[in-house]
Write a protein that binds this ligand. Sequence first.
Ligand code: SAM
Length: 218
Amino acid sequence: MQINDERRLATLNLALGVQVYGEKLITLEGREYRVWDAFRSKLAAAIRKGLKQVPLTHGSKVLYLGVSTGTTASHISDIIGQEGVLFAVEFAQRVAKEFIDRVARHRQNIIPIIEDARSPQKYRVVFDKVDIVYCDIAQPDQTDIAITNCAYYLKPHGFLLLVIKARSIDVVEDPKKTFEEEISKLRNSGFRILEAIRLDPYDKDHAMILAQKMPSNL
Ligand code: SAM
């Protein structure tokens, strides 16, 4: 979208008139859009940095690990629309409450799950396999957690979008080496790596990995 001579990312607002994190609302030809800030959302940062394939589409089913107060999740909810479903996992009670009040309450395609992503067997409300697992939990074992959740809930040939925060895994190691190690874990667990994008300068020492679950992992 072109705003004041500048190209900006934006999504069609599913909750008319409702802002989530102070983002700009813009009406164009009778439709309301929410500007998507790459400094606030790592998925927007990855798109800005050249992520070629964004597997989200109208009607997608998504399992989101580490939804926090819903900045990125709200844009995913916009993209997948009324036909899609977003299962939103967050283990911090206070944060989850804020997410429900500010985001989920206004959107019928979101199902909040207040659980630890380390125990995917406890998500009783996930009624179907999903097309995409999105994981942004900033934990030292974040890749293992993502792989376990994919084993439970991701469809064959489904996609994993994994945010790797290098400093959560190893504070002293060169981030490049940490990213390579996490990518190897994914390969060894039957994922094909489609893209790996550094998120600097939007998010220092972070990378977004897009991987696909291959049949050997079924
Ligand atoms: N994805 C969010 C966004 O872009 O708007 C930001 C996520 S923030 C970096 C990480 C979130 O993951 C925090 O809210 C934290 O409470 C949550 N989290 C960390 N470990 C978790 C776990 N094991 N299970 C569920 N949530 C977890």
